[in-house]
Ligand binder design. Structure first.
Ligand SMILES: [Zn+2]
Length: 356
C-alpha cells in the first residue's frame, strides 16, 4: 500500500473531524477532482487534487474498508472504524458508479458524548416539556422530522436524561448504530442477515427491557409491534418521517394503527428541525475557517404535541387537518427565532441536512 496515499487519506479525515463535517465526498474529474465536506448541512469544496491522486485515495478507502477494489460498476457499502484525534470514529463508506467516474462518500459518526437537551435546544422553555415526557412510565413517544433533522440525537439525549435518575434496561434497535452508548444495549438492523426492525424487536422483548428505542417505524408490522410493546407496560421511543406532529399521528393511522390504540399509548409527539444559529463573529454568511472556532452552530427547534393539545388531536384523528394544534407550530417557533435575532431570515429557504 502506498504510504503517501495512506497518510493523505488520514489527513483528509482529520481535517473533516476538525471542521465537524458529517460527510466527505471524493469526486474524480479529469480536470480538477475535488474533495468536499458537508459542514452544518452545506457542501463546501475544501480541496482540488489531481485525478490520479483521488483515484488512489478512493482505491485505498475501498481497500481498508474491505470492499472489492476491482468492482467499479456496482455500488458498494461498508462500515469502517478508525482512531482519529484519539477518538474512535465509525464511518460508513459508499461508492457510486456514476456514468463517468466512480465517486465515494464517507459519512462520519464520531463517538461524541450525547449532548444534553439544553445544549441542543434553541429555546430553553421547550426542554422542561421534553423532560416531562421522558419521565413517563410507559407508552409511546414519537420524534419526527425529515432526514438529518437530528431526531436520533434528541432520542439519545432523552434516554441519557432518563438514565441520570433510574437504573433501567434500555435497548435500542438502530439502522445503523450512530453512536455507541455505554449505558444502552444497542442492536443494529441487518436486513441481509434477517435482523429487520420486526425481528429485532421480537428478540429484544425476550431480553427484559424497560425502555426501548426503535430507530424508525416505516412499515405496518413494526408499527403494530411498537404499539403492542407500549401497551404491555414499556416506554417506547421512536422516529417517523413526517414534517409535523399531527402528521405523525396520521401516518401511524395510515399504517393501520387504530384510533383507540393511539389514544391508549401516545404520550407525546415531537416534530423538530435544525436551524443555523447566527455566527457571533461574522454574522449571516459564516466562512469555513470561522465554523471551526464555533462550538454551537446549529440548534433544534421543537414542535410539541402533548397534554390537552394531544388529547384534542387523538379525539379527532379523522379530522386532523382542520385542527389548529399544537398551538405553536414549527413555523411559529422559527418566526420567533428570526424576530429575536437568533437565526437568519434565510432559514425559510434552507434545506435541512446533516447532523448537529
Ligand atoms: Zn462566522
Amino acid at each position: 500500500m502506498d504510504m503517501e496515499i495512506e497518510k493523505k487519506a488520514k489527513l483528509v479525515l482529520l481535517e473533516a473531524m476538525e471542521y465537524g463535517a458529517s460527510d466527505v465526498h471524493f469526486i474524480p474529474r479529469e480536470r480538477g477532482s475535488i474533495i468536499r465536506f458537508r459542514v452544518d448541512g452545506r457542501l463546501l469544496d475544501v480541496e482540488k487534487i489531481p485525478y490520479a491522486t483521488i483515484k488512489k485515495l478512493i482505491a485505498h478507502l475501498k481497500f481498508i474498508s474491505g470492499m472489492d477494489i476491482g468492482e467499479r460498476r456496482r455500488p458498494q457499502n461498508q462500515g469502517l472504524e478508525m482512531t482519529l484525534h484519539q477518538q474512535l470514529v465509525f464511518m460508513r463508506i459508499s461508492t457510486f458508479p456514476s456514468s463517468t467516474f466512480e465517486t465515494l462518500v464517507l459519512r462520519l459518526f464520531p463517538q461524541k458524548q450525547s449532548k444534553s437537551l439544553k445544549q441542543l435546544s434553541l429555546f430553553p422553555s421547550q426542554i422542561t416539556e421534553l423532560h416531562r415526557l421522558i419521565e413517563k412510565p410507559h407508552g409511546l413517544i414519537i420524534v419526527c422530522g425529515p432526514t438529518g433533522a437530528g431526531k436520533t440525537t434528541t432520542l439519545y439525549s432523552l434516554l441519557q436524561k432518563r438514565t441520570e435518575n433510574i437504573n433501567e434496561n434500555i435497548i435500542t434497535l438502530e439502522d445503523p448504530v450512530e453512536q455507541r452508548q455505554p449505558h444502552f444495549l444497542q442492536m443494529e438492523i441487518n436486513e441481509k442477515a434477517g435482523v429487520t426492525y420486526a425481528a429485532g424487536l421480537r428478540s429484544l422483548l425476550r431480553h427484559d427491557p424497560d425502555l426501548i428505542m426503535l430507530g424508525e417505524v416505516r412499515d405496518t408490522e413494526t408499527a403494530h409491534m411498537a404499539i403492542r410493546t407500549a401497551l404491555t407496560g414499556h416506554l417506547v421511543l421512536t422516529t417517523l418521517h413526517s414534517s409535523s406532529a399531527k402528521g405523525a399521528l396520521k401516518r401511524l393511522n395510515d399504517l393501520g394503527v387504530s384510533n383507540s390504540d393511539l389514544k391508549d399509548v401516545v404520550q407525546g409527539v415531537v416534530a423538530q428541525k435544525l436551524v443555523e444559529v447566527l455566527c457571533p463573529f461574522c454574522g449571516a454568511d459564516c466562512q469555513l475557517h470561522c465554523r471551526k472556532r464555533r462550538t454551537r452552530r446549529r440548534a433544534a427547534i421543537y414542535e410539541l404535541l402533548v397534554k390537552d393539545d394531544l388529547q384534542e388531536c387523538l379525539d379527532h384523528i379523522d379530522n386532523l387537518s382542520n385542527l389548529t394544534f399544537p398551538k405553536k407550530t414549527l413555523d411559529d417557533w422559527t418566526n420567533k427565532a428570526i424576530a429575536l435575532g437568533y437565526i437568519s431570515k434565510n432559514e425559510w429557504n434552507r434545506y435541512n441536512k446533516g447532523g448537529y
